[in-house]
Design a protein around this ligand. Structure first.
Ligand code: MG
Length: 373
């Protein structure tokens, strides 16, 4: 079997003008084969940039576009293809957008392998430890304590047993920050896990002070209190507080996560499969986490494609805490794939259909595709 083409489909929803209102854009990747199997993947990046990286012609031997590197290859040779893309883009790649674009192709290759062998991806990864994954509701901070309490109660009524509040108004006023978290904890009672995604806002001393101050509300993890490149600051925070520190959604490749563990001393690794290098690199990042006795909780906040990929990945992880469950209700987030993840009583069921187990909704693609840029 050979790869015959790679298509990068740029989708954008002009009705959404702020990421705070939901998924604005997406880059869907389709990998075609000479035997009619088509794999689906997704890149969570700048769609303009990642699309160009996939479609660019060769400039010189260390500067290829990804499509021409993979055409003619056997889609089952995922390690070999990953390395070929990595080496073929090494002058402009190695981290960031080139790895994001590779992630979309890699996810599609695993989808092809599953469709050909009629096996769900978690089995191809090496087997499933579990049939359902605990989900955490991922929402933005509300503006007032009352709204925090209302949202918390609403999510608990929907079945969630873990809730992450992130970004938004948080981090601007310490008194308000404390009041917001206090209100959520009061509404949630003692049995619900609450996480905070601080949104890259503090320096190390502020992060230490605020995290300690919030410990009385039993925070499950403090996510990204610092800018992603302040690794020395992360180490100071991680070694000064009892609350586990989570980070990594901007990071790509095992090399980036190695630094987060060894220099940043973080506790919870959050690779996004649609950015960090797909399943092939995700396996290596998860192995790194395991070897260092850290937990891997993948980031996932774009469309149903990355959500499905993340559920398979969580089924395979030896230790899985949660799948991130975006509460975004926009069309690209909710309706790009026809098959919905089954959510019940706080858990998402692991799909057993071949590959990712999702099918694209062509009506959404036709409606939101950006053409002829
Ligand atoms: Mg985050």
């Amino acid at each position: 079997m050979k790869i015959t083409n790679v298509e990068a489909i740029h989708l954008a929803n002009p009705e959404i003008i702020d990421i705070a209102n939901g998924t604005q854009d997406a880059l869907v990747v389709k990998v075609y084969t000479d035997e009619g199997f088509i794999g689906i993947g997704e890149v969570d990046s700048s769609p303009h940039v990642a699309k160009a990286i996939i479609e660019a012609p060769m400039s010189h031997s260390l500067c290829h576009g990804l499509r021409e590197l993979v055409i003619g290859e056997n889609p089952f040779e995922v390690d070999k293809i990953w390395e070929k893309m990595y080496q073929g883009s090494i002058f402009y790649g190695r981290r960031g957008a080139a790895i994001h674009a590779m992630s979309g192709i890699d996810i599609a290759l695993w989808d092809i392998m599953g469709k050909v062998t009629e096996k769900p991806i978690y089995q191809l990864l090496g087997g499933g430890y579990r049939k359902k994954i605990r989900a955490y509701a991922s929402v933005l901070f509300r503006n007032t304590p009352q709204e925090m309490a209302e949202t918390t109660k609403k999510l608990i009524n929907q079945g969630f047993t873990a809730i992450k509040f992130g970004w938004g108004i948080f981090g601007q006023d310490p008194k308000l920050d404390i009041a917001l978290v206090k209100a959520a904890r009061k509404a949630a009672g003692d049995k619900i896990d609450i996480m905070i995604d601080a949104g890259l806002i503090w320096d190390a001393k502020t992060a230490i002070r605020m995290t300690k101050r919030l410990e009385e509300f039993n925070i499950f993890w403090m996510e990204e209190p610092l800018p992603p490149d302040d690794l020395a600051g992360y180490a100071r925070v991680a070694e000064s507080v009892d609350t586990p520190i989570a980070a990594g959604e901007e990071e790509s490749t095992r090399f980036g996560f190695k630094e987060l563990i060894e220099i940043g001393k973080i506790d919870i690794l959050q690779p996004d499969l649609a950015r960090a290098g797909g399943f092939t690199e995700g396996k290596k990042i998860a192995q790194l986490a395991y070897d260092h006795n850290r937990v891997c909780v993948p980031h996932a906040y774009s469309t149903g494609i990355v959500t499905a990929a993340t559920v398979h990945f969580n089924a395979w992880l030896p230790k899985s805490l949660f799948v991130e469950y975006s509460m975004d209700t926009t069309a690209l987030s909710r309706n790009l794939v026809k098959t919905k993840m089954q959510f019940k009583d706080g858990y998402v069921t692991v799909p057993d259909e071949p590959g990712l187990g999702v099918e694209l909704n062509n009506k959404i693609i036709e409606r939101y595709q950006i053409k002829n840029l």
